[in-house]
Design a protein around this ligand. Structure first.
Ligand SMILES: CC(=O)N[C@@H](C)C(=O)N[C@@H](C)C(=O)O
Length: 714
């Protein structure tokens, strides 16, 4: 049995579970507020009248399917434990008989999938197939990912080792073994972005080859590949024309020597079409400037060709993430999602008459569903389909029913439906609240807006403790990660990483803290200029002004004790937590840094060339000076560091290095370490342990209350 020793000497955790919640009487526990099911991966097969999703509840991941015609919802899997095996990439066959999904995490550069339970047998990522009538357990097809049903549903493609594989489903019944998959074809490079042709006779794909990508079409009968307009660029996101005679794709300039990825940068891009028969292509439109990058990386479908013969693509060239329509013959570009807002998830039914999308239009700190007509020449007039104080995202339409992911400030993300145009919502899943979930005890976050020293407007969400007694309370500043993220006035839609963070901010308010969740510059939701703010992160940490402004706001509140302000956040939020303690231990009494970046210059040299932020030699100095590790002489405030050592986003060494250096300086540090878990912890129990340690640490540092007694796993 391993015990957690809080203090400078800390033993890594393997199996300690805290048995009792640490809530004050009459309040709820961390496990309670994390106990609701959280739904992701919503997909639809309108032709079959079905939708599917993944529900994760306390780490147990389950796949569900709903028949829009019969109204029946069926659970298709029976995983029983918090096993750390993610489920993603759901697809439903056109005939509605099969659902495919991917289970397990992608391999890293060494070819190893995440194994958070330290399973001695290792872990894998594999493609599964399950009949939608629930008549048998999921069938493991093969190791791999990116499954894609053929238009008839009688074949399934998937990727394995960067090559395309096929499994025949014709004749497969629920009691027969699956036929052995086979490699469909071999091509150089890493194949991805598979798309079956409308007639099911060809497969469109991107071939990723380092400095460049090609678009290829494999003909199953001819067993031959046609390369589409091969150039010196990175062609990507290919789509078929409705008649299968043409393809469209996004062309991004090829890589130059020494060029590095920059998650916060941009690059020009163009929209191309090509004839499949000849492979000849031509440019239809190109961006005025470096308006691409995020516009291709963030949306699930960066390019579409509708059955009403329109090309739909994302661009930020007008300052916001908008979706545009372009005739496939070129010509007038139409902004389909106008307004000072971002368009995010999109859906276009087979009839191509409408675009459904989620956006923060007219409600910048939430998300709602909108619709615009794609036919006719009427002016584009977005129509709100959902409004109010909820968070609605990921629209799909089956018949006249709109299905979407739905949450609110006191309800975790479930699946809802409404007739298109209706104002009332039916919650499809879950059908009942989790018994321990404290919906009635939560507090509705308030929108707060303040300005940083340089005048930049910053939005935040304020969580106030229930009691109205105006006492001098400790306060906490939460900073999201990314940084291309936005926290909202409700349960977060973008995965459990941020849904958990929102829940814990609720919990911390219930424990008596004033909690401020800060949407600092470099985040999304407020336009391109905000997201690409000058001198951010390793180029000068300009966003730190927003954290100082948040502290100033809290100090201005009569209910806040200005000497008891703490910081917490994960990843990029961990970076800002450490930066705040390194630069301003006079302002911030303590912090909890979950897998933060601590030395941008080191990251630039030791994590994917340039650290993901294109940090080159010329920027090493400013990168180091923008880092917490730059100057530890003034760091005084205690910090709890949490990190898993199979972290593939922020190297574990970032925490090892900083903690050792802080210990050398006598700075009080505590650590909570999870062997073999990943960046976004795959084990629910690791999130619970993290938040219990955070709760105890803040209780000790900010409330002068003893941490809960050490407990051992029952
Ligand atoms: C782009 C990236 O990896 N950013 C990390 C530093 C980070 O913040 N990761 C998570 C938390 C995210 O939201 O991307």
């Amino acid at each position: 049995m391993k015990l957690l020793f809080i203090g400078w000497l800390t033993v890594g955790l393997g199996g300690l579970a805290f048995s009792q919640s640490n809530s004050l009487p009459g309040r709820y526990s961390i496990e309670d507020v994390l106990s609701a099911p959280y739904c992701t991966g919503l997909v639809a097969e309108p032709q079959a009248g079905r939708i599917g999703w993944v529900s994760t509840q306390e780490g147990v991941r389950s796949v569900y399917i709903h028949n829009g015609r019969s109204g029946q919802t069926t659970k298709l899997t029976n995983y029983q434990t918090d096993d750390g095996q993610d489920i993603s990439d759901l697809h439903i066959s056109a005939d509605g008989r099969w659902l495919t999904f991917v289970r397990g995490g992608a391999k890293n550069g060494e070819g190893v999938s995440p194994n958070p339970t330290s399973n001695p047998a290792g872990a894998e990522q594999a493609v599964y197939l399950v009949p939608t009538d629930g008549s048998r357990a999921p069938i493991r097809v093969a190791p791999g990912n990116h499954p894609a049903f053929s238009p008839t549903g009688k074949r399934l493609l998937f990727a394995q080792g960067g090559q395309v594989h096929l499994v025949e489903l014709a004749g497969l019944s629920t009691d027969k073994p699956i036929t052995t998959p086979s490699r469909l074809f071999t091509a150089r490079g890493f194949q991805t972005d598979f798309r079956w042709s409308p007639d099911g006779g060809r497969v469109l794909f991107s071939s990723v080859r380092g400095y460049h990508n090609f678009i290829g079409v494999y003909d199953l009968s001819q067993k031959a590949i046609t390369w589409i307009a091969p150039g010196v660029d990175r062609d990507q996101a290919p789509v078929w024309s409705p008649d299968g005679k043409q393809v469209a794709f996004i062309r991004v300039p090829g890589k130059k020597h020494g060029e590095m990825e920059n998650v916060q940068g941009g690059h020009p891009f163009a929209i191309w079409v090509a004839d499949v028969a000849t492979g000849e292509g031509r440019e239809l439109w190109h961006s005025p400037a470096d308006d691409g990058g995020f516009a291709q990386d963030y949306p699930a479908e960066p390019l579409r060709w509708t059955t009403t013969n329109k090309l739909l693509f994302f661009s930020e060239h007008e300052g916001w993430m908008h979706l545009y329509a372009l005739p496939p013959t070129g010509g007038k570009l139409t902004d389909l999602t106008p307004g000072a807002a971002e368009a995010e998830e999109t859906f276009v039914p087979a009839d191509g008459r409408y675009l459904y999308y989620s956006s923060n239009l007219n409600d910048i700190d939430r998300r709602h569903i909108w619709r615009v007509a794609l036919t006719g020449n009427e002016a584009v007039q977005p129509e709100p389909l959902t409004t109010g104080t909820g968070i609605e995202t990921d629209p799909v339409v089956v018949g006249d029913q709109l299905f979407y992911r739905s949450a609110s400030w006191n309800r975790s993300t479930g699946i809802a439906k409404r007739r298109v145009g209706d104002t009332s919502e039916t919650l499809l899943f879950p059908t009942e609240a989790a018994p321990r979930f404290p919906a009635q005890a939560l507090t509705e976050p308030k929108q707060v807006i303040f300005k940083a020293a340089d005048g930049v407007e910053v939005h935040a969400q304020l969580f106030l403790p229930g009691s109205t007694t105006q006492i001098s309370r400790p306060a906490l500043i939460f900073m999201h990660g990314g940084p291309m993220r936005q926290m909202l006035l409700g349960w977060h839609y973008r995965g459990s990483y941020y849904a958990n963070a929102y829940a814990i901010n609720q919990y911390l308010a219930s424990q008596g803290y004033v909690v401020l969740s800060v949407n600092y510059r470099a985040g999304i939701g407020y336009g391109r200029a905000f997201r690409r703010a000058d001198r951010q992160g390793p180029r000068g940490a300009s966003e730190y002004q927003d954290i100082l402004a948040a502290a100033k706001y809290l100090q201005s509140r009569s209910d806040v004790n200005p000497l008891k302000i703490g910081l917490w956040g994960g990843s990029y939020g961990g970076y800002l937590t450490a930066l705040g303690l390194a630069r301003n231990s006079d302002l911030f009494a303590c912090g909890v840094d979950i897998h933060g970046v601590h030395d941008w210059a080191w990251r630039g040299n030791h994590f994917s060339p340039g650290g993901g932020w294109a940090i080159g030699e010329a920027e090493a100095k400013v990168a180091f000076e923008s880092s917490p590790a730059f100057n530890l002489d003034f760091w005084r405030s205690p910090c709890l560091f949490v990190h898993a050592d199979d972290d593939r986003n922020v190297t574990f060494a970032e925490t090892v290095d900083l903690v050792q250096k802080l210990r050398d300086k006598g700075v009080p540090t505590e650590v909570l370490i999870f062997p073999d878990d990943a960046h976004s912890f795959l084990l629910h129990k690791n999130w619970v342990r993290t938040y219990q340690a955070l709760d105890g640490f803040f209780r000790k540092q900010l409330m002068n209350q003893p941490e809960k007694p050490l407990t051992s796993e029952k």
